[in-house]
Ligand binder design. Sequence first.
Ligand code: HEC
Length: 139
Amino acid sequence: MKPRTRQRVRRGLTVGVVTAALAGALALVMVWERGPVTVQVWVPDLSAEALGGKQAFDRRCVQCHGADARGSPIGPPLVHSTYQPRHHADVSFTLAVRRGVQAHHWRFGSMPPQPEVTAAEVEQITRYVRELQRANGIH
Ligand code: HEC
């Protein structure tokens, strides 16, 4: 290989490696940057229990999880495949309210415990979110 050709090949390789590194970094940022996220939520006719849950949700959870659990600039949507019953069983609602949640799925920071929310309210809120999820194709 002529020295000139070798130089050109080396330059080509450098450009390739730098481009790949930049693309990799961008992909990482896109995966890591999972917030703020809001989703479209279609609201079905709710059962009486879920309506009670909506009231409690609108008092206690809406400021972070958004109207209809659509998400907000400071908290994730709960009507989201991440929170389908298979991934987060009903008990995760009780645990989230009692113990809070260490940030692990998103970049909103941690959820503080909500000690003023009663067990009955958590049950109704869970029902409410499940009915919203089901109506929006999240089973
Ligand atoms: C101060 C803001 C804030 C409030 C108020 C709040 N949450 Fe959260 N919640 C969050 C954030 C942020 C996360 C996501 C943490 C993560 O996984 O990154 C979260 C996650 C959750 C989760 C997922 C738990 C898990 O196991 O991953 C549930 C369920 C939940 N919240 C329910 C509720 C309910 C019910 C209420 C109202 C009683 C409520 N939250 C009020 C901020 C809040």
